[in-house]
Design a protein around this ligand. Structure first.
Ligand SMILES: C=C(O[C@@H]1C=C(C(=O)O)C=C[C@H]1O)C(=O)O
Length: 289
């Protein structure tokens, strides 16, 4: 019997920012004979599609995993995270925090993890509770009637190249200085129901993602060239960017994410406790035994 059901096209969600390229670029070269569709969107949209069952497996905001953890499993060894500076989760402030606490912060509509990370840091570390308003990711418009603006992904990077006169805080650095831990901002999660129904296909997707990541980590040059050509900036910038991001969901990232979920629960940002439950990978050989 074939391990592939061939009746269902597997739907995979890919984050439409450079930060996720090392997990997804070249995926197609790692799969053979799998019927799948790759859908690239901003994180908030992928969060919605996976929770609605319109995707089988996706990179999503780790906060969204916390919200739906009973329905999802985490794919081991896959993340977008950092231990310290992340470079693309940035709070742009008109005044430095030491001088003036922001009263109103405009937040990009694309985030779920980082807005809650910001709320946690503001409430628990700086003991302030500003008003948060959602806005399209455009720095100038966001700062028109807010004291600060939170951007993520490529728009945060390009805004950081033109941020003269603003005070910029890196959320990964703030979190690491405060907790000593790393953080996984995005995880790859599969719907439990999809793992049960399409066991062979999901295993093939997982193996291909691991292989694509390994290949991209080994040779970041094509990603750096692509970033320079499509987003702009210097190759040295992108080299540092891809080198400082953490794609392996290691212990420090898991510990950071667990603490983040605990704080999110304490502040009622999450309505329940969220645990990290991982997909149990079995190689095809072991399955046959
Ligand atoms: C590092 C990043 O991590 C991201 C932040 C996310 C969020 O805040 O919800 C979701 C996915 C990741 O793309 C980034 O966007 O720059």
């Amino acid at each position: 019997m074939s391990i592939m059901s061939n009746l269902h096209r597997i739907t995979i969600g890919e984050i439409d920012y450079a930060n996720a390229w090392p997990l997804f670029k070249g995926f197609e070269r790692q799969v053979d004979g799998l019927d799948y569709e790759m859908i690239a969107r901003v994180p908030s949209e992928l969060n919605r599609l996976l929770s609605a069952g319109e995707l089988d497996i996706s990179a999503i905001s780790s906060f969204s995993y916390g919200q739906y953890c009973d329905d999802y499993v985490l794919m081991p060894g896959l993340s977008v995270g950092s231990i310290g500076r992340v470079h693309s989760l940035l709070l742009f402030m008109k005044e430095p925090l030491e001088k003036c606490k922001p009263r109103k912060i405009a937040v990009t509509t694309t985030t779920e993890t980082t807005i809650n990370l910001l709320k946690i840091i503001m409430a628990m570390r700086f003991e302030i509770e500003p008003e948060y308003v959602r806005a399209e990711p455009d720095l100038k418009t966001m700062l028109k009637d807010s004291d600060a603006a939170l951007l993520i992904g490529d728009p945060a990077i390009t805004a950081s190249w033109h941020s003269e006169g603003l005070h910029v805080l890196d959320l990964g650095e703030l979190w690491n200085n405060w907790t000593g831990l790393g953080m996984a901002y995005a995880v790859v999660a599969a719907r439990r129901s999809a793992v049960e129904k399409y066991e062979g296909e999901l295993r093939a997707v997982y193996e291909a993602l691991l292989a694509a990541k390994k290949h991209n980590q080994h040779d970041t040059r094509p990603l750096i060239e692509r970033a320079c050509a499509t987003i702009g900036g210097e190759s040295s910038y992108w080299e540092t960017y891809f080198r400082s991001l953490q794609y392996d969901f290691g212990d420090k990232l898991q510990a950071g994410l667990s603490l983040y979920f605990r704080y999110a629960r304490e502040l009622n940002l999450l309505s329940h406790e969220a645990r990290l439950t991982f997909y149990e990978y079995q190689s095809p050989q072991r399955v046959k035994e």
